[in-house]
Design a protein around this ligand. Sequence first.
Ligand SMILES: [Fe+2]
Length: 188
Amino acid sequence: MSIQEARSRAIGEALDDIRAIEAANGVNRDSLEQIKQRLIRLGQQRDLFPDEDFPLAPEHNGEFFDVLSVDDDGRFELYIEVADQTVDVPPHDHTTWAVVVGIEGNELNRLYDADPEGGTPPTLREEVHVGPGTGVAMMPEDFHSIHMAEGERNMHLHLYGLCFAKLKDRTLYDKETGAYRQFDVALD
Ligand SMILES: [Fe+2]
């Protein structure tokens, strides 16, 4: 079996398990923790994600996302993110559940208590360094920001309960304006 075939099989098996976890337990912190642990196991299979299969090209400007799998109905969208530049994504929600786990490198996830309705700025609750063997899981309303350093190759898996194309009215906090605003474009 080629690495590509082995990767496809491993991804399929992980997503089968994850669909079953969600079907049996619904979407809550406990089920997302189980999903996170299952995705961590996939990310730890380093050999399945060789650098040459996910090369950073000049046109990527130091970061790209590749969809590894998405269900026909748009559910369970799995991305691989590769980056070697400085990445600072502002605090945002997803309106669907989200799990990030490491393959290589270190993606700093800052988790916030946020109150878009009240308009008060997000308050840092926790910092999680996501690398091999670690991950972070978020409910649809949770806010996080993402930070990566230049010069370090980062490979991470991002799994969303629903694909980006179907997400509506996501919210981010804009530090420049000191206000929350809606956005619909892809933003981790
Ligand atoms: Fe995100």
